[in-house]
Design a protein around this ligand. Structure first.
Ligand SMILES: [Zn+2]
Ligand SMILES: [Zn+2]
Length: 354
Protein backbone atom coordinates (compact mmCIF):
# COMPACT_ATOMS: atom_id res chain seq x y z
CA UNK A 1 0.00 0.00 0.00
CA UNK A 2 1.01 3.64 -0.32
CA UNK A 3 1.92 5.37 2.96
CA UNK A 4 3.42 8.70 3.99
CA UNK A 5 6.29 7.95 6.33
CA UNK A 6 7.80 10.35 8.89
CA UNK A 7 11.57 10.19 9.43
CA UNK A 8 12.37 13.37 11.37
CA UNK A 9 11.42 16.94 12.23
CA UNK A 10 11.43 19.31 9.28
CA UNK A 11 11.80 16.52 6.73
CA UNK A 12 8.98 16.08 4.23
CA UNK A 13 7.07 12.84 4.75
CA UNK A 14 8.19 10.18 2.28
CA UNK A 15 5.69 8.41 0.04
CA UNK A 16 6.58 4.72 0.26
CA UNK A 17 5.18 1.42 -0.88
CA UNK A 18 4.87 -0.72 2.28
CA UNK A 19 3.05 -3.96 3.02
CA UNK A 20 -0.57 -3.80 4.13
CA UNK A 21 -0.46 -4.24 7.94
CA UNK A 22 -1.52 -7.54 9.50
CA UNK A 23 -4.41 -7.55 11.96
CA UNK A 24 -4.06 -8.98 15.47
CA UNK A 25 -6.82 -11.24 16.87
CA UNK A 26 -8.91 -8.31 18.20
CA UNK A 27 -8.01 -5.79 15.51
CA UNK A 28 -9.48 -4.60 12.23
CA UNK A 29 -7.96 -3.40 8.99
CA UNK A 30 -9.64 -0.26 7.72
CA UNK A 31 -9.33 1.20 4.21
CA UNK A 32 -8.74 4.89 4.93
CA UNK A 33 -11.26 7.10 3.13
CA UNK A 34 -10.34 10.30 4.96
CA UNK A 35 -7.70 11.36 7.48
CA UNK A 36 -7.67 14.68 9.30
CA UNK A 37 -4.55 16.76 9.78
CA UNK A 38 -4.26 18.17 13.28
CA UNK A 39 -2.14 20.63 15.25
CA UNK A 40 -0.36 17.60 16.72
CA UNK A 41 0.92 16.71 13.23
CA UNK A 42 2.45 20.20 13.05
CA UNK A 43 4.02 19.65 16.50
CA UNK A 44 5.53 16.38 15.29
CA UNK A 45 6.55 17.04 11.70
CA UNK A 46 7.45 20.73 11.71
CA UNK A 47 8.08 21.91 15.29
CA UNK A 48 9.40 18.81 17.05
CA UNK A 49 7.50 19.64 20.26
CA UNK A 50 5.71 16.28 20.18
CA UNK A 51 8.00 13.34 19.58
CA UNK A 52 6.62 10.13 18.12
CA UNK A 53 7.40 6.90 19.91
CA UNK A 54 9.62 5.69 17.09
CA UNK A 55 10.78 6.56 13.60
CA UNK A 56 10.14 5.81 10.85
CA UNK A 57 6.41 5.92 11.53
CA UNK A 58 3.26 6.57 9.53
CA UNK A 59 1.51 9.64 11.00
CA UNK A 60 -2.25 10.34 11.00
CA UNK A 61 -4.51 9.93 14.04
CA UNK A 62 -7.91 11.14 12.81
CA UNK A 63 -9.42 8.63 10.42
CA UNK A 64 -12.58 7.19 8.97
CA UNK A 65 -13.02 4.48 6.38
CA UNK A 66 -14.41 1.08 5.52
CA UNK A 67 -13.54 -2.22 7.21
CA UNK A 68 -11.52 -4.43 4.90
CA UNK A 69 -10.48 -7.31 7.15
CA UNK A 70 -10.98 -8.50 10.73
CA UNK A 71 -9.05 -10.49 13.30
CA UNK A 72 -10.55 -13.85 14.33
CA UNK A 73 -11.84 -12.57 17.69
CA UNK A 74 -13.76 -9.62 16.24
CA UNK A 75 -17.49 -10.45 16.26
CA UNK A 76 -19.29 -7.10 16.24
CA UNK A 77 -18.06 -5.81 12.88
CA UNK A 78 -18.01 -7.04 9.30
CA UNK A 79 -16.17 -6.14 6.12
CA UNK A 80 -17.75 -3.15 4.43
CA UNK A 81 -18.88 -1.38 7.63
CA UNK A 82 -18.26 2.38 7.67
CA UNK A 83 -16.35 3.44 10.77
CA UNK A 84 -14.63 6.31 12.59
CA UNK A 85 -11.50 5.36 14.48
CA UNK A 86 -10.72 6.80 17.90
CA UNK A 87 -6.91 7.25 18.07
CA UNK A 88 -6.45 6.34 21.76
CA UNK A 89 -5.42 2.71 22.16
CA UNK A 90 -6.09 1.83 25.80
CA UNK A 91 -5.45 -1.17 28.05
CA UNK A 92 -8.93 -1.57 29.58
CA UNK A 93 -7.22 -2.78 32.71
CA UNK A 94 -5.87 0.18 34.70
CA UNK A 95 -7.37 2.41 37.38
CA UNK A 96 -8.49 5.05 34.85
CA UNK A 97 -9.92 2.53 32.36
CA UNK A 98 -11.86 0.89 35.24
CA UNK A 99 -13.09 4.34 36.22
CA UNK A 100 -14.52 5.03 32.75
CA UNK A 101 -11.77 7.53 31.99
CA UNK A 102 -9.96 5.56 29.33
CA UNK A 103 -8.67 8.76 27.73
CA UNK A 104 -6.30 8.85 30.71
CA UNK A 105 -5.32 5.16 30.46
CA UNK A 106 -1.96 4.63 32.14
CA UNK A 107 -0.80 2.64 29.11
CA UNK A 108 -2.43 4.92 26.52
CA UNK A 109 -0.95 4.84 23.05
CA UNK A 110 -2.01 6.86 20.04
CA UNK A 111 -2.46 5.66 16.51
CA UNK A 112 -0.21 7.85 14.37
CA UNK A 113 2.15 8.70 17.25
CA UNK A 114 3.02 5.42 19.02
CA UNK A 115 1.97 3.05 16.25
CA UNK A 116 1.44 3.42 12.51
CA UNK A 117 -1.32 5.85 11.60
CA UNK A 118 -3.76 6.71 8.88
CA UNK A 119 -1.74 8.70 6.34
CA UNK A 120 -1.84 5.56 4.24
CA UNK A 121 -4.28 3.50 2.22
CA UNK A 122 -4.92 1.20 5.19
CA UNK A 123 -4.64 1.41 8.96
CA UNK A 124 -5.01 -1.20 11.70
CA UNK A 125 -6.88 -0.42 14.94
CA UNK A 126 -8.27 -2.41 17.87
CA UNK A 127 -11.96 -3.21 17.27
CA UNK A 128 -12.91 -1.33 20.43
CA UNK A 129 -11.58 1.90 18.89
CA UNK A 130 -14.26 1.85 16.20
CA UNK A 131 -17.51 3.75 16.23
CA UNK A 132 -20.07 3.19 13.49
CA UNK A 133 -20.16 6.05 11.00
CA UNK A 134 -23.77 6.81 10.03
CA UNK A 135 -24.44 6.62 6.28
CA UNK A 136 -25.34 10.26 5.99
CA UNK A 137 -22.08 11.48 7.55
CA UNK A 138 -19.18 11.93 5.13
CA UNK A 139 -15.88 10.16 5.74
CA UNK A 140 -14.08 13.48 6.13
CA UNK A 141 -16.53 14.59 8.84
CA UNK A 142 -16.21 11.14 10.44
CA UNK A 143 -12.43 11.51 10.45
CA UNK A 144 -12.22 14.92 12.11
CA UNK A 145 -14.98 13.99 14.57
CA UNK A 146 -12.51 11.65 16.29
CA UNK A 147 -10.39 14.49 17.65
CA UNK A 148 -11.40 17.98 16.48
CA UNK A 149 -14.97 17.42 17.68
CA UNK A 150 -14.82 14.60 20.25
CA UNK A 151 -12.08 16.38 22.23
CA UNK A 152 -14.07 19.60 22.80
CA UNK A 153 -17.20 17.48 23.39
CA UNK A 154 -15.38 15.60 26.15
CA UNK A 155 -14.15 18.90 27.65
CA UNK A 156 -17.61 20.49 27.66
CA UNK A 157 -19.75 17.52 28.64
CA UNK A 158 -17.67 15.06 30.71
CA UNK A 159 -15.16 17.39 32.34
CA UNK A 160 -16.90 20.78 32.23
CA UNK A 161 -20.34 19.27 32.95
CA UNK A 162 -22.03 21.92 30.81
CA UNK A 163 -25.77 21.76 31.05
CA UNK A 164 -28.62 23.54 29.33
CA UNK A 165 -29.15 27.12 30.43
CA UNK A 166 -25.57 27.76 31.55
CA UNK A 167 -23.32 30.51 30.24
CA UNK A 168 -19.99 29.57 28.69
CA UNK A 169 -16.84 31.42 27.70
CA UNK A 170 -14.62 29.76 25.07
CA UNK A 171 -11.08 31.07 24.63
CA UNK A 172 -9.03 30.13 21.57
CA UNK A 173 -10.87 29.51 18.31
CA UNK A 174 -8.87 27.02 16.27
CA UNK A 175 -10.76 23.98 15.00
CA UNK A 176 -11.36 22.63 18.53
CA UNK A 177 -12.52 25.97 19.96
CA UNK A 178 -14.74 26.60 16.98
CA UNK A 179 -16.33 23.17 17.39
CA UNK A 180 -16.79 23.96 21.08
CA UNK A 181 -18.90 26.97 20.05
CA UNK A 182 -20.98 24.76 17.76
CA UNK A 183 -21.37 22.13 20.49
CA UNK A 184 -22.26 24.65 23.21
CA UNK A 185 -25.09 25.81 21.00
CA UNK A 186 -26.32 22.25 20.41
CA UNK A 187 -26.04 21.46 24.12
CA UNK A 188 -28.26 24.36 25.08
CA UNK A 189 -25.90 26.94 26.60
CA UNK A 190 -27.90 30.11 27.26
CA UNK A 191 -25.06 32.48 26.34
CA UNK A 192 -21.89 31.71 24.40
CA UNK A 193 -18.99 34.15 24.49
CA UNK A 194 -15.69 33.56 22.72
CA UNK A 195 -12.30 35.22 22.73
CA UNK A 196 -9.50 34.88 20.19
CA UNK A 197 -6.45 36.74 18.95
CA UNK A 198 -7.48 36.08 15.31
CA UNK A 199 -10.23 38.29 13.83
CA UNK A 200 -11.01 35.73 11.11
CA UNK A 201 -11.78 33.09 13.73
CA UNK A 202 -14.13 35.47 15.51
CA UNK A 203 -16.16 35.88 12.36
CA UNK A 204 -16.57 32.11 12.13
CA UNK A 205 -17.53 31.79 15.79
CA UNK A 206 -20.32 34.30 15.25
CA UNK A 207 -21.53 32.33 12.25
CA UNK A 208 -21.63 29.19 14.43
CA UNK A 209 -23.71 30.76 17.15
CA UNK A 210 -21.44 32.69 19.51
CA UNK A 211 -23.48 35.51 21.08
CA UNK A 212 -20.45 37.67 21.75
CA UNK A 213 -16.90 37.55 20.39
CA UNK A 214 -13.75 39.42 21.46
CA UNK A 215 -11.15 39.46 18.72
CA UNK A 216 -8.35 41.04 20.69
CA UNK A 217 -7.84 42.10 24.31
CA UNK A 218 -11.14 41.33 25.88
CA UNK A 219 -12.88 43.62 28.29
CA UNK A 220 -15.45 42.02 30.53
CA UNK A 221 -17.90 44.00 32.52
CA UNK A 222 -17.80 43.04 36.23
CA UNK A 223 -21.39 41.85 35.87
CA UNK A 224 -20.34 39.15 33.41
CA UNK A 225 -19.84 35.95 35.33
CA UNK A 226 -19.71 32.72 33.46
CA UNK A 227 -20.65 29.30 34.77
CA UNK A 228 -18.03 27.57 32.66
CA UNK A 229 -14.93 28.66 30.75
CA UNK A 230 -13.04 26.34 28.41
CA UNK A 231 -9.64 27.32 27.04
CA UNK A 232 -8.31 25.96 23.75
CA UNK A 233 -5.47 28.46 23.36
CA UNK A 234 -2.98 27.58 26.11
CA UNK A 235 -2.33 31.35 26.21
CA UNK A 236 -1.81 32.67 29.76
CA UNK A 237 -3.40 36.05 28.90
CA UNK A 238 -6.64 34.35 27.78
CA UNK A 239 -6.61 31.85 30.67
CA UNK A 240 -6.12 34.69 33.15
CA UNK A 241 -9.01 36.62 31.66
CA UNK A 242 -11.15 33.47 31.74
CA UNK A 243 -10.46 33.01 35.47
CA UNK A 244 -11.50 36.60 36.08
CA UNK A 245 -14.70 36.06 34.12
CA UNK A 246 -16.00 33.09 36.10
CA UNK A 247 -18.65 33.38 38.78
CA UNK A 248 -17.73 32.12 42.27
CA UNK A 249 -18.02 28.36 42.02
CA UNK A 250 -17.37 28.49 38.28
CA UNK A 251 -15.34 25.86 36.42
CA UNK A 252 -12.35 26.36 34.12
CA UNK A 253 -11.40 23.53 31.78
CA UNK A 254 -8.00 23.66 30.05
CA UNK A 255 -7.68 21.89 26.71
CA UNK A 256 -5.13 23.89 24.69
CA UNK A 257 -1.60 22.54 25.13
CA UNK A 258 1.21 24.95 25.97
CA UNK A 259 4.75 24.75 27.32
CA UNK A 260 4.19 27.99 29.22
CA UNK A 261 4.28 27.88 33.02
CA UNK A 262 1.52 28.77 35.45
CA UNK A 263 3.91 31.33 36.96
CA UNK A 264 3.07 33.59 34.00
CA UNK A 265 -0.54 33.73 35.23
CA UNK A 266 -1.29 36.79 37.29
CA UNK A 267 -3.80 35.15 39.64
CA UNK A 268 -3.48 34.94 43.41
CA UNK A 269 -4.06 31.79 45.41
CA UNK A 270 -6.69 33.67 47.42
CA UNK A 271 -8.66 34.41 44.26
CA UNK A 272 -8.93 30.71 43.55
CA UNK A 273 -9.73 29.84 47.17
CA UNK A 274 -12.26 32.57 47.90
CA UNK A 275 -14.07 32.01 44.64
CA UNK A 276 -14.14 28.24 45.06
CA UNK A 277 -12.76 27.85 41.57
CA UNK A 278 -12.30 24.47 39.90
CA UNK A 279 -9.50 24.35 37.34
CA UNK A 280 -9.10 21.05 35.54
CA UNK A 281 -7.38 19.70 32.45
CA UNK A 282 -9.16 17.71 29.75
CA UNK A 283 -7.20 15.53 27.37
CA UNK A 284 -8.62 13.63 24.43
CA UNK A 285 -11.88 11.71 24.34
CA UNK A 286 -13.24 8.20 24.70
CA UNK A 287 -15.46 6.14 22.40
CA UNK A 288 -18.60 7.29 24.26
CA UNK A 289 -17.82 10.89 23.29
CA UNK A 290 -17.27 10.01 19.64
CA UNK A 291 -20.44 7.92 19.58
CA UNK A 292 -22.51 10.79 20.98
CA UNK A 293 -20.96 13.31 18.57
CA UNK A 294 -21.82 11.07 15.61
CA UNK A 295 -25.37 10.53 16.93
CA UNK A 296 -25.86 14.30 17.15
CA UNK A 297 -24.55 14.63 13.60
CA UNK A 298 -26.77 11.81 12.35
CA UNK A 299 -29.86 13.42 13.88
CA UNK A 300 -29.08 16.63 12.00
CA UNK A 301 -28.64 18.65 15.20
CA UNK A 302 -24.90 18.98 14.72
CA UNK A 303 -23.51 19.92 11.33
CA UNK A 304 -19.97 18.66 10.74
CA UNK A 305 -20.01 18.92 6.98
CA UNK A 306 -18.59 22.45 6.81
CA UNK A 307 -15.53 21.91 8.99
CA UNK A 308 -13.14 20.50 6.40
CA UNK A 309 -12.11 23.46 4.28
CA UNK A 310 -9.22 21.93 2.29
CA UNK A 311 -8.66 18.50 0.79
CA UNK A 312 -5.35 16.96 -0.29
CA UNK A 313 -4.16 13.80 -2.01
CA UNK A 314 -2.16 11.35 0.13
CA UNK A 315 1.08 12.27 -1.64
CA UNK A 316 0.58 15.90 -0.52
CA UNK A 317 0.21 15.08 3.20
CA UNK A 318 3.28 17.11 4.15
CA UNK A 319 2.05 20.03 2.04
CA UNK A 320 -1.25 19.73 3.93
CA UNK A 321 0.55 19.92 7.30
CA UNK A 322 2.47 23.00 6.12
CA UNK A 323 -0.78 24.44 4.84
CA UNK A 324 -2.41 24.09 8.26
CA UNK A 325 0.70 25.38 10.07
CA UNK A 326 0.79 28.50 7.88
CA UNK A 327 -3.00 28.93 8.08
CA UNK A 328 -2.94 29.21 4.29
CA UNK A 329 -6.40 29.90 2.94
CA UNK A 330 -7.72 30.14 6.52
CA UNK A 331 -8.27 26.43 7.07
CA UNK A 332 -10.54 25.07 9.79
CA UNK A 333 -9.63 21.44 9.27
CA UNK A 334 -7.59 19.93 6.45
CA UNK A 335 -8.26 16.39 5.25
CA UNK A 336 -6.28 13.83 3.29
CA UNK A 337 -8.41 11.77 0.94
CA UNK A 338 -6.30 8.80 -0.25
CA UNK A 339 -8.53 8.26 -3.27
CA UNK A 340 -7.81 11.75 -4.62
CA UNK A 341 -5.27 11.65 -7.43
CA UNK A 342 -4.61 15.38 -7.06
CA UNK A 343 -5.19 17.81 -4.23
CA UNK A 344 -8.36 19.82 -4.72
CA UNK A 345 -7.57 23.37 -5.81
CA UNK A 346 -8.70 25.86 -3.22
CA UNK A 347 -11.33 27.28 -5.59
CA UNK A 348 -13.16 23.97 -5.35
CA UNK A 349 -13.04 23.89 -1.57
CA UNK A 350 -16.21 24.61 0.27
CA UNK A 351 -16.82 28.15 1.50
CA UNK A 352 -14.52 29.18 4.30
CA UNK A 353 -17.24 30.83 6.36
CA UNK A 354 -19.46 28.05 7.57
ZN1 LIG B 1 -5.15 15.57 16.94
ZN1 LIG C 1 -5.85 1.62 30.88
Amino acid sequence: MRAMVFYGVGQPLQMEEVSVPQVGPDEVLVRVCAAGICGSDIHIAIEGTTVPFRTPIILGHEAAGVIENLGPEVREWKAGDRVSILPDVVCGNCVNCWDGRSELCLKRQLIGIHRNGALAEYVVAPARNLVRLPDRISFEAGAIATDAVATPYHALVRVGKLHAGETILITGLGALGLHAVTLARVLGASWIAAATHYPRAGQRARARGADQVWESGFALRPSEQYDLAVDFSGEPSLIEAAIGALRPGGRLVLVGLSEKSFSTLNVTVSTLVRRGMAIVGSYGAHPGDLSEVLSLADSGRLNLENSVTHRFALSDAYVAIQHLAGKLGDPIRVAILPELQESVPSALCRPIIA
